[in-house]
Design a protein around this ligand. Sequence first.
Ligand code: GAL
Length: 403
Amino acid sequence: MFFYSKIQTNRLVTRNYLFVTIYMKIFKLIVLFVLVHVSVFSQSEKYTAFHPGEIWKDNNGVHINAHGGGILYQKGIYYWFGEHKITGKGGNFAMVGVHCYSSKDLYNWIDEGVVLKVDTTLNSILEKGCKIERPKVIYNKKTKTFVMWFHYEKKGNTYNSAQSAVAVSEKVTGPYKLLKVCRPDAGTWPLNVLSMHKSLKFNTVNATFNGGSCSKDVDSVNFVGRDFEEGQMARDMNVFVDDDGKAYHIYSSESNSTLHISQLTDDYLSHSGKWVRVFPGRFMEGAAMMKHNGKYYLIASGCTSWAPNAARSAVADHIFGPWKELGNPCVDKDSATTYYSQSTYILPVSGKKNAFIFMADRWTPQKPINGRYIWLPIKFDGDKLLLNWFEKWTLNKFNKKKN
Ligand code: GAL
């Protein structure tokens, strides 16, 4: 009896052991299946088109975090630099820095990490919580240096710093080192200076600035004269490199009322003192520049903070003007809000003729990290620029004779 029950127990143990082993094997197989499936899924999710306004995942399956950005093309690779936003309301402050992504085909982007970092040192220039907006990187062939310009606001200073900052790196993917913060064009008058600006006192009497407008003629207020010594106010900005290698800083100045276009020094690190005021009193923001058939074009927005408004476009034979406004380039439904977006850059597509991509941000200020990217092909209609809406489009759009 004893013998029999021992055999029984042994059998039971062996059976249980077998069950456990089988269960373990099945469990392992399931885990393996899930892991393989997840990684294959994220790797195989290759984009073959642009999907404006939708979540745009990087190589890690994370929505691209490069807002207010711009692109540098370098040796067959596009590098996208932009503001790294975080979740929640404070996400529009610089809590992390400038994020960079790289791509060979413009659809699929590899995360290159944060290339300019904020720090935690109390009262340092790049203290966490300052503002780093609209970063743009250009390459200086003479000095073999990558130069990043951005709109800078000191921590706690709301938007009153209205400064520009420049950072440099020997490698395109950084790390970028802050060189200086400045108010542009100190001590110089614009090439198209008004004589009244040299003599008039700054005068805001009866001038109320309301969003994108001023109740008084902006010229008569004379920000230029007021800021002559200290340098001009500079908020939304872009940089543009011309065919001859000269670079220009384009920034919203004079309390956002007027754009300034300012030539940089040959090393791209300072302002040369050659600059002009354009579109006085038009409150242009998000200005982006391109050159096509020898003419310069600008696309910009009005000034309504994070809320979208109707884009503007303009053309000039010379970068310093005179500039002629061409109106809103958007032509489809929701053109009055630039398809719910604000311009940030115009990207010439390498190796394709007449191929320019309008890049814009669809801001989501309540959850800034969720902001979407609106990329659309630019169409030429004589001297005019047109922006049609596409839910989905590819670079083949540029192959057709008339895009
Ligand atoms: C927008 C500007 C953004 C940001 C925002 C803050 O008009 O284009 O870059 O500065 O205002 O309200």
